[in-house]
Design a protein. Structure first.
Length: 131
């Protein structure tokens, strides 16, 4: 560990020496260039992922609900979501997928007034993501 620590001390001194040699303006400009380059790499990576995966969340249940909700701007009810899966998905799986979509900012929960009976829980696509 001693050799590693000694090397670390030298590495801590190098930026200080470079800073003194270049002056304040050169270092600031260099840092800004590096930050801009890092941001460009980040944007390129995000754009590439969006191009490859589209608007997929990587969750098959959530992705299927999202695809159906984009076609229904007025929203989908929990019953309609359950019917999409022929009532073969457990409630907790649907709840989890709806939470994923809500956390991702894709859907928002609303309540529709019922003429008779219970109020309907409706999941409405968020405008920024709607087709």
């Amino acid at each position: 560990m001693g050799e590693v620590g000694a090397g670390a001390r030298d590495r801590r001194r190098r930026p200080q020496v470079v800073h003194e040699q270049r002056g304040h303006q050169g270092v600031r400009r260099r840092r800004l260039e590096h930050l801009d380059a890092g941001l460009a790499v980040w944007r390129y990576s995000a754009d590439s992922a969006a191009w490859i995966f589209g608007d997929s969340l990587g969750d098959p249940t959530a992705d299927e609900i999202w695809a159906a909700s984009k076609e229904r701007p007025a929203g989908v009810t929990r019953t309609e979501v359950s019917d999409m899966f022929s009532r073969n998905k457990k409630r907790r799986e649907i709840d989890r997928a709806l939470s994923v979509l809500e956390d991702a900012g894709r859907l928002r929960r609303d309540t529709r007034q019922a003429v008779r009976g219970r109020h309907a829980e409706v999941w409405i696509p968020v405008t920024a993501h709607a087709v």
